[in-house]
Write a protein that binds this ligand. Structure first.
Ligand SMILES: [Fe+2]
Ligand SMILES: [Fe+2]
Length: 241
């Protein structure tokens, strides 16, 4: 393994450890907020269990990061990602869709791709354990959205999905080169090349996320338009026209 591969793998796993810790805090906060408007929701219990899963994932990722000599990882920050103008109930819905329907669903696809490849045994066992839980975490978002859609109009969220995608996508994947532009060796250490991340991101949106939102009363048209623009290269993620 070259120093460069070791450094990139260590940084990637340290970053994941922080993302897992942040997910844990977010799930604890959301579990505490839901009973105020939906006391009978089974999602509350699922969120509490998911928070414990994320703590376990964070430890696994931090151990791997340390094995590659990676940084200890920055302090996690947990703050609502919903627009400030949203009331408490709408903010929870925004975060459940962004964190679970989008981020966890994308995570499942990414981990499945890593498992299908030739990962190192230690990386493979961590990815395998995490992947098993993330499937359940994605479902929490769809379950919460379905409960809300059954009792109120959730179409207001439609215009906000592009902002959620903007917040979940790794900067640069739309401008990255194609196959062969990055070293393949990173895959064995759990790091996908950017072109592969782009392929997974787009495929998961088109096959799972967009149809799911459409079905549950959040028209995906604005999000589809956002994706089309990104793929046409007219706008860089996070950038201005
Ligand atoms: Fe996780
Ligand atoms: Fe998760």
């Amino acid at each position: 393994m070259t120093d460069e591969v070791r450094r990139l793998a260590g940084a990637a796993w340290a970053f994941r450890a922080r993302v897992e810790r942040e997910a844990s805090s977010r799930f604890v906060r959301l579990a505490a907020a839901i009973p105020a408007f939906d006391p009978g929701s089974p999602v509350v219990g699922l969120l509490r269990r998911a928070a414990a899963d994320e703590d376990r994932h964070a430890a696994l990722c931090a151990d791997l990061a340390a094995a590659y000599g990676g940084p200890a990882g920055a302090t996690p920050v947990d703050a609502s990602v919903a627009p400030r103008t949203f009331g408490a109930r709408d903010a929870v819905l925004y975060e459940m869709v962004a964190a679970c329907c989008i981020a966890e669903t994308e995570s499942v696809a990414t981990l499945a791709t890593l498992l299908a490849g030739a990962a190192e045994p230690r990386v493979r066992s961590v990815v395998h354990e995490i992947a098993r839980d993330e499937v359940v975490h994605g479902r929490m978002g769809w379950a919460h959205l379905a409960r809300e859609a059954a009792v109120r109009d959730v179409s207001f969220l439609s215009a906000w999905v592009p902002a959620m995608l903007e917040g979940s996508v790794e900067p640069g994947i739309f401008s990255a080169g194609g196959p062969g532009s990055e070293p393949d060796e990173l895959l064995r250490h759990g790091v996908l090349p950017s072109w592969r991340k782009r392929e997974i991101f787009v495929g998961t949106l088109e096959e799972v996320v967009f149809p799911g939102l459409d079905k549950l009363g959040v028209p995906a048209a604005p999000a589809r338009a956002w994706l089309t623009e990104r793929l046409a290269g007219r706008v860089s993620p996070g950038g201005m026209r």
